[in-house]
Design a protein around this ligand. Structure first.
Ligand code: SF4
Ligand code: SF4
Length: 336
């Protein structure tokens, strides 16, 4: 059977809560997007974590919470947060760099934690460690194996950049051997350190041609190998509809200083639409990210055009070759 890619948007009526519970991390990845000037250095208390989860709980909607950092397993009360989110009826994911501090695998269990996601940017230490740090590949893959052995659903996030796109295909045997169920391929965004530091002669970003040539093909091969693969659509076909996620979905990106964004590309700028003040969610006034979502431009995602215009190429008449969909449409390939 041949695996076939299908394009999926976020499901309507569903909410996705990306919950940064701290900004501290034990690593210093070259492409780290954490920006303490904008997001602070607070570690949320157990009580605050509970109250903020309650703010986003809605029994009428399927809600997914993704615990993030920094490194979320450095939070001593993460296991408690997972339990609380489950109590509130949410599907729970933790995105970890693989170090799994505070004995997370034993403090929680696969019935409470729906997915444990590991960030890995290369199929071996030679590719991964120059991006994520010396020794990280070994620690991360060792803990992935432990998690699979203990019955957790394990997924992997691979951030594609110029530094590792040529090695994407070599992830398939590694993931299959470890028993990884889901593979999220994501494209690097020019934010945080990656916006300031050169990723080499060609910069961090991959060209549309490289992306289109390599990513869908490797994703199909991974699905053939039995892995559920998701990757961003990024470059829309002429007949595909562009919709800004800020207008049509309920995505919330929560930071420990109380900022709540609707758009992931806006996170480095103080234009958040919402804020948590005294444990209540309030809408900000004045110029916020909301004002940009309305703009209808030929290039698709307006924040992409403003913040990372080098992702867009134009034909001789000055028309964009592709509209860019930054965060809504995903390509999904189910295992063969
Ligand atoms: S693991 Fe995540 S938070 Fe930590 S340095 Fe790397 S990218 Fe940043
Ligand atoms: S990244 Fe683009 S499409 Fe997504 S919410 Fe922001 S402006 Fe809208």
């Amino acid at each position: 059977m041949t695996s076939k890619a299908r394009t999926v948007g976020f499901q309507s009526g569903e909410r996705n809560i990306f919950f940064h519970i701290l900004t501290a991390c034990n690593l210093s990845c070259r492409h780290c997007y954490i920006n303490t000037d904008q997001h602070g250095t607070t570690t949320l208390s157990r009580e605050t974590m509970e109250k903020w989860l309650e703010l986003f709980a809605d029994p009428d909607k399927k809600s997914n919470v993704i615990f993030l950092g920094g490194e979320p397993t450095m939070h001593p009360d993460l296991a408690h947060g997972i339990e609380k989110a489950k109590e509130l009826g949410m599907a729970v994911t933790v995105d970890s760099n693989g170090y799994l501090f505070n004995d997370l695998l034993h403090k929680t269990n696969p019935d409470l934690l729906d997915f444990l996601s590991f960030s890995l940017d290369g199929p071996d230490a030679e590719i991964n460690d120059p991006i994520r740090g010396n020794g990280v590949f070994e620690v991360c893959t060792t803990n992935m194996r432990k998690a699979v052995d203990m019955g957790y659903n394990v997924s992997v996030i691979y951030t594609v950049s110029n530094l590792n796109i040529a090695h994407l295909h070599r992830m398939i045997p590694l993931l299959t051997e470890i028993g990884v169920k889901r593979f999220f391929i994501q494209v690097i965004g020019l934010r945080g350190n990656s916006a300031q530091e050169s990723g080499g002669e060609q910069g961090w970003q991959v060209s549309p041609e490289q992306w289109l040539d390599i990513v869908p093909r490797v994703a199909a091969q991974a699905a053939e190998a039995g892995i559920h693969v998701t990757f961003p659509k990024v470059f829309l076909d002429p007949d595909e509809k562009f919709e800004c996620a800020g207008l049509v979905t309920e995505n919330f990106f929560i930071f420990p200083n109380g900022r709540v964004y609707r758009c992931p590309l806006c996170e480095d700028h103080p234009i958040h639409a919402l804020e948590i003040k005294d444990n209540a969610l309030v809408a900000n006034q004045g110029l916020t990210e909301d004002n940009f979502f309305q703009l209808n431009i030929a290039e698709g995602c307006v924040m992409n055009k403003l913040l990372q215009p080098d992702t867009i190429s134009y034909d001789e008449q000055g028309r964009p070759n592709h509209r860019i969909s930054c965060c809504l449409l995903k390509q999904e390939i189910l295992p063969a």
